[in-house]
Design a protein around this ligand. Structure first.
Ligand code: PMP
Length: 363
């Protein structure tokens, strides 16, 4: 079979070794004669999986002990509502940085629970998307929290710096759905980090939440129990039946990350992979990318053909070369190559090679 490189934005490809292991263990997990999907989440074998996954995640991200890790459901969007319900007062204020589709959606959802304030928005400067520097705006200490998205999956915009509030008085909440685990983090800069799993963590169905302990236990009374950080923390994220298979697979991905050298190594690989594509895009003008260099995503490389009438042909021929799922999000068009941790360098090299060849024929 032809080698397929899957550039899907999410659910995205998972490491081959992880998928192989899951396949090997599918019908007879740990010699139990069943799959991991078919055992109780409260039994010893699964509890071991759950605890090991959390321990490995803590090690990978150097999560300090005053932070709790929750394995929740409801995806990234679930947290758009869980965050305000858990950490803002009735009638409270949340402040937002808008940089693309996902931070816009998060603000719209938060509006149901808080008075939202938009502090700044990304803008086109000389045709390129730019995120306003924090010298141009500031977080008010009246806010219950500040929210932003570290990597805009649709727009291909990534922010490398962490917004700050005066004296760290306001918790910084980060939607890291599409770049968590792509590089080391300083967890202490954040109040809440959350991420849907289906890009760098594992299959969909799981949402990771890393929350500073002082933000647990201040939820609004009407917060649904399954979204209640305190209840979930007290029950080891098993207040209700968790998505066990996704949790198990996330655990395998964390083990894989450790064997690959951890997040510093991932960051290096991700830099190398994304540079290769941006160099190809920038080389002649046949392709273009509309994000300012300082905000170009290392996970979701968006690009357009200067002549968009060639789009369909580009996608069709890419697919026939085994390069699949390159169509840009319907809201922005063009192409998008999602190159999360699991995408090998060879996949990116194959795409860059194809782009060069396509340009030679049609440029
Ligand atoms: N935030 C970001 C940055 C995302 O990329 C996505 C999904 N692509 C979401 C939130 C929403 O996640 P979910 O579909 O898991 O609710």
């Amino acid at each position: 079979m032809q080698n397929i490189f899957n550039f899907s934005a999410g659910p995205a490809m998972l490491p081959k070794e992880v998928m192989q292991q899951a396949q090997d263990e599918m019908l007879n997990w740990r010699g139990l004669g069943t799959s991991v999907m078919e055992v109780s989440h409260r039994g010893k074998p699964f509890i071991e999986v759950a605890e090991k996954a959390e321990a490995d995640l803590r090690e990978l991200l150097s999560i300090p002990c005053n932070y709790t890790v929750l394995f929740m459901q409801g995806g990234g969007r679930g947290q758009f509502s869980a965050v305000p319900m858990n950490i803002s007062k009735q009638g409270g204020v949340s402040q937002h940085l808008l940089t693309g589709q996902w931070s816009v959606s998060a603000e719209a959802e938060a509006r149901k629970y808080t008075k939202t304030e938009i502090l700044a928005e990304s803008a086109l400067v000389d045709g390129k998307i730019v995120v306003p520097d924090q010298t141009l705006w500031s977080i008010s200490d009246q806010a219950d929290y500040f929210h932003y998205c570290t990597n805009e999956t649709v727009d291909g915009v990534e922010i490398d710096w962490v917004p700050k509030s005066d004296n760290d008085a306001v918790p910084i909440v980060a939607d890291m759905s599409s770049n968590i685990l792509s590089k080391p983090l300083n967890i202490e800069e954040y109040g809440v980090i959350y991420a849907g799993a289906q890009k760098n963590i594992g299959p969909s169905g799981l949402a990771l939440v890393i929350v500073r302990n002082d933000l647990i236990g201040i939820e609004r009374e009407q917060t649904p129990s399954i979204f209640n950080y305190q209840l979930q923390a007290k029950s080891g994220s098993m207040y209700n039946t968790p998505p066990t298979f996704s949790w198990y697979l996330a655990g395998l991905v964390f083990e894989w990350l450790k064997t690959k050298g951890g997040l510093a190594k991932m960051a290096q690989r991700n830099q190398e992979k994304s540079e290769l594509l941006y160099q190809q895009i920038d080389s002649t003008g046949f392709y273009k990318n509309n994000v300012h260099e300082s905000f170009r995503s290392k996970m979701n490389v968006t690009f357009q053909l200067q002549d968009s009438s060639l789009d369909a042909m580009f996608l069709e021929q890419a697919e026939s070369h085994g390069l699949v799922a390159l169509k840009g999000h319907r809201a922005v068009g063009g192409m998008r190559a999602s190159i999360y941790n699991a995408m090998p360098l060879e996949g990116v090299q194959a795409l860059a090679g194809f782009m060069k060849e396509f340009e030679r024929k049609h440029g």
